[in-house]
Design a protein around this ligand. Structure first.
Ligand SMILES: Nc1ncnc2c1ncn2[C@@H]1O[C@H](COP(=O)(O)OP(=O)(O)OP(=O)(O)O)[C@@H](O)[C@H]1O
Length: 919
């Protein structure tokens, strides 16, 4: 068994193949490396059976060989590995590690020998490469002092336009420090150039994916150097996580189930998800096996159970994994969250051409926390919607790991978490229950309950919510509630998380708590972007984006340099300046600054180059044909669950919500009882009938009270339902909720409630009354009339849903509800004669109360009891004619009206969906 000799800083370790060795800052590790850029447990070196292997443990700053970041590598004799930085990170030199120990057995390979080889082998290891992983770990940057600006002015300082553009107040305030403060920032050390160089369109291999035309994101040149190491791949500069041999004529099935050839432990993946089929003639096909979340080729979903031939240029997406064909094997890249993210020249215009987001460009490396601040109306929410694809920008693009989000939304939306300002949970539910329902809706239909529940428990523990798991969301503090919303989004392990003002309304302690939570999430390997009004904890962010009035960028860079940049002591002063100098060209000032050169200019240039490149996609790429030759069709967005399964889950969740809401339950059932009781207060000798030859003017008002009661309670139940869940609906819709299943769940549950209310009202209202001897459809007239009341309640409930989907705020629903009820009273046909009144009669056809009273009137012979034509008592309302056909027509129209309302609501619901899904 070959031994391996590891040399670091002149020290040597002889490694024994019988065990693995951990490398990192952890004092308990085998090889302790005191360097801030090295992670606590950075990598392992072990004998892999055939050769020695070094494996990165998901370190913050990476493990490098010849300038390329690697996940795992077989060590060869004389090989040098850098930890934490491609060029000047601690250098490990190995000897004697070749298969069979064929290196220099037993002899330590000296540092002196290693050095020249390194210099030769890594010619591209220019300082910029250090920025491939620009100490993305916040702690690493802090400790290494990378953010410290050096002293001394830059030679170009005199040319910089920023001082000339500096408004008067900025030069004066505070204490005239501005010019002095600017000076140090103008001579950034190499390290400070990090973000910019990461995106630089340099020829170095690592940077190529940044410059790829969008049609082939991240695909390296065929057979180019590094292909075998996977230095260039769908995700930028990361190494493939795994290789899979794909022999000709073989089928390789991917899925969660253990019997698959390629087992993926990802709940987003179906048990039997897809197959790679390598035909004997060398062609390779990907075939979807009816997966729940879909199989994607270059970001576009395959039809369910569909196939496509793939080439080495194609990227196949399955859950969090991405596959690429290289020769006779598949390279798999698992998205563990370490993805870069950038926005290029995002511009949003509203009707009338007003620009509300103006050419916003910024980029961040993996594991970053970005804060977005700005005065009210500066476009922060607009930016968030553009970044998440909810409302794609009219121009510009959003790149997720160098893949165009708008074009590949169908696949990439699954990697994005969004925590809106309003909670996306039903507050009446217990935390665990709410998360379980969310998991049921978001995970594929074939994920077992135990698997889902285990993931819920994992997330609860991660966010320290386990002790609150059995509390109702309403009983939690604002900060804890926000944690629950974050937990919900973390269920599906998104790599990018956006939060819209998560700390609004929270006290300073909770503000810090939430921001620290976000910091931790970024450190754990996600990119987090938070829009906030709170400036107290901005220092926790890696980068700060300051929006100026008009929707442009006023600053992007390290938060600790931001106040200096503006020349003020406090953010209050900066925001006052924004307010007092609204017309000042804040964006121009930013673009003329050194900070812009350091943090954004290259990205802007890259965007311009990409736009000018032949065949480059047009900005606003949502409508562009994809590289697969098809435009993104919203209807093709996969739903993780079947329609029926979603409906069942939604119904159960809705019933849980309603049954947890005691006030709603009591009111829902007491109201019809009271309305029924009120109707009995009206004295009436004959109730709802009258002896032959006699009339009964009381029958109409009794029916009117009952019918309006049913209209009111039916509509009141539903009138707030959609508006109060709007944010939840929007979010769930983006994660694959079916619109019709959602509506149907409301219709079924509220329909049942309305039906019960109708029954209760009739039971109380009819009890003391004389009723006709028999009905038209069934012998018992009470049952027949009860049926009409149930249908009326349900149809009114549908009208309530229309109101709920029309309004912008809950408050407005009450006014419209009252209006609806009053209009129904007027158009019953009881208060005045509707028939033979052209115009009014036709208008009344639109009112459910008109048809309900008509149906009740056919049963009770209302035309005879209450003649409306004083001159001719035989001239009765034709809709009240005492016949089964008329009854059926009246009830039928009531039902059709309810169904039509359903279509209207479906249509209106579209307005509350992410815009990209409406296209
Ligand atoms: N659909 C629209 N039509 C017209 N103007 C709009 C539209 N949406 C947003 N705006 C305007 O665009 C500007 C930016 O709005 P946005 O909501 O993004 O700002 P914001 O920075 O998030 O504000 P706040 O901090 O108050 O939430 C505002 O002036 C707003 O009135």
């Amino acid at each position: 068994m070959p031994e391996l000799v590891l040399e670091l800083n002149g020290q040597t370790w002889t490694l024994d193949p019988s065990r693995a060795y951990t490398l990192g800052r952890d004092p308990q590790g085998d090889v302790v490396i005191e360097d801030a850029r090295v992670s606590w447990r950075h990598a392992t070196v072990r004998w892999g059976g055939r050769s020695w292997v070094i494996e990165d443990h998901g370190s913050t700053n990476g493990t490098y060989v010849q300038g390329r970041r690697l996940q795992q590598l077989e060590l060869a004799p004389g090989m040098s590995v850098h930890l934490g930085n491609a060029t000047d990170g601690p250098q490990l030199t190995f000897s004697g590690g070749a298969p069979g120990g064929g290196g220099q057995p037993g002899g330590a390979y000296s540092a002196a020998q290693a050095a020249p080889q390194q210099a030769q082998a890594a010619p591209q290891a220019v300082p910029g490469q250090a920025q491939q992983q620009p100490g993305a770990g916040w702690a690493g940057q802090q400790q290494a002092g990378w953010q410290q600006p050096p002293q001394g002015a830059h030679p170009q300082q005199a040319q910089m336009p920023q001082q000339a553009q500096q408004p008067q107040y900025a030069q004066q305030a505070p204490g005239g420090q501005y010019a002095q403060q600017q000076m140090p920032q103008q001579a950034p050390p190499q390290q400070q150039m990090a973000p910019q160089q990461m995106q630089q369109p340099a020829p170095a291999q690592q940077q190529m994916p940044q410059m790829q035309p969008q049609g082939a994101p991240g695909v390296p040149p065929q057979g180019g150097p590094g292909a075998q190491h996977g230095a260039q791949q769908p995700g930028g500069d990361r190494s493939p996580t795994t290789f899979h041999q794909l022999s000709l004529g073989r089928i390789m099935r991917i899925g969660r189930a253990l019997e698959n050839e390629l087992v993926v432990s990802d709940l987003q993946v179906s048990r039997h998800h897809a197959e790679f089929r390598a035909s004997p003639d060398g062609r390779c096909e990907i075939h979807d096996l009816g997966s729940h979340n879909g199989t994607y080729v270059n970001g576009q979903p395959l039809p369910k159970s569909g196939s496509a031939v793939i080439t080495p240029q194609d990227i196949v997406g399955v859950g969090h994994s991405t596959f690429r064909l290289v020769g006779d094997r598949l390279e798999e890249f698992v998205d563990t969250g370490e993805v870069s993210f950038s926005a290029r020249n995002l511009t949003v215009k509203v009707d009338g051409g007003k620009v509300i987001l103006n050419n916003v460009t910024f980029g961040v490396p993996e594991k970053s926390l970005i804060g977005v601040i700005g005065p009210s109306g500066s476009g922060k929410s607009t930016l968030l919607r553009a970044l998440t694809g909810y409302r794609p920008a009219d121009a510009g693009e959003v790149l997720y790991d160098n893949r165009n989000l708008y074009k590949q939304f169908a696949e990439l939306r699954q990697r994005i978490g969004l925590v809106p300002q309003d909670d996306i949970l039903h507050k009446e539910l217990k935390v665990r229950t709410a998360l379980r329902y969310a998991a049921k809706l978001r995970f594929p239909g074939d994920v077992a309950e135990a698997e889902r529940n285990a993931r819920v428990e994992e997330v609860l523990a991660e966010l320290k919510l386990d002790i609150h798991a059995d509390k109702r969301v309403t009983s939690l503090s604002g900060g804890q509630r926000k944690r629950v919303s974050v937990a919900l989004e973390l269920l599906t392990k998104p790599s990018l998380i956006f939060l819209d003002e998560p700390t609004s309304g929270l006290d300073p302690g909770m503000d810090r708590d939430v921001m620290q939570l976000l910091r931790g999430m970024a450190d754990d390997g996600r990119t987090v972007l938070v829009v906030t009004h709170s400036v107290a904890e901005l220092q926790l962010c890696d980068k700060l984006l300051v929006m100026a009035p008009g929707g442009g960028v006023a600053y992007f860079g390290p938060p600790e340099e931001a106040l200096n940049f503006f020349g003020y002591d406090s953010w209050a002063d900066v925001f006052s300046a924004f307010e007092n100098y609204r017309d000042y060209d804040w964006m121009g000032r930013w673009q003329g600054s050194q900070h812009y050169q350091m943090y954004a200019a290259d990205l802007d240039n890259a965007a311009a180059n990409a736009a000018n490149a032949p065949g480059a996609p047009h900005p606003g790429t949502a409508q562009q044909p994809d590289p697969y030759g098809q435009a993104l069709q919203p209807s093709r967005l996969q739903k993780p669950q079947s329609w029926g399964s979603q409906l069942w889950t939604l119904i159960r969740r809705y019933v849980s919500v309603i049954s947890s809401d005691r006030a709603f339950l009591v009111l829902s059932f007491v109201t019809p009882l009271l309305l029924g009781l009120v109707s009995t207060l009206m004295p009436s000798e004959y109730g709802l009938t009258a002896p032959m030859g006699k009339t009964n003017g009381d029958a109409g008002p009794i029916l009117l009270i009952l019918a309006i009661g049913a209209c009111f309670s039916g509509a009141a139940n539903s009138v707030r339902e959609l508006i109060k869940e709007r944010v939840i609906y929007e979010r769930e819709r983006a994660t694959g909720l079916s619109r019709s299943a959602y509506l149907m769940s409301k219709v079924i549950v509220l329909g049942v409630v309305a039906a019960i209310q109708g029954v209760l009202m009739c039971a109380v209202g009819f009890f003391p009354r004389d009723l006709p001897e028999e009905g038209l459809l069934v012998t018992n007239p009470a049952i027949e009339m009860g049926l009409v009341m149930m249908v009326l309640g349900a149809t009114s409930m549908m009208f309530g849903l229309i109101i709920s989907s029309l309004v912008k705020t809950s408050e407005k629903t009450m006014i419209l509800l009252v209006l609806f009820a009053v209009v129904q009273v007027v158009f019953t046909g009881i208060l005045f004669k509707l028939f033979d009144s052209p115009g009014v009669e036709q208008l009344a056809w639109l009112m459910p109360s008109r048809w309900a009273i008509a149906a009740l009137g056919t049963t009770t012979e209302l035309g005879r009891l209450m003649p409306q034509d004083k001159t001719d008592p035989t001239n009765v309302d034709p809709l009240w004619e005492h016949s089964l056909d008329q009854w059926a027509m009246d009830v039928g129209i009531l039902v059709v009206m309810g169904v039509l309302c359903g279509f209207v609501v479906i249509r209106l619901l579209r307005r509350h969906e992410p815009e990209i899904m409406r296209k």
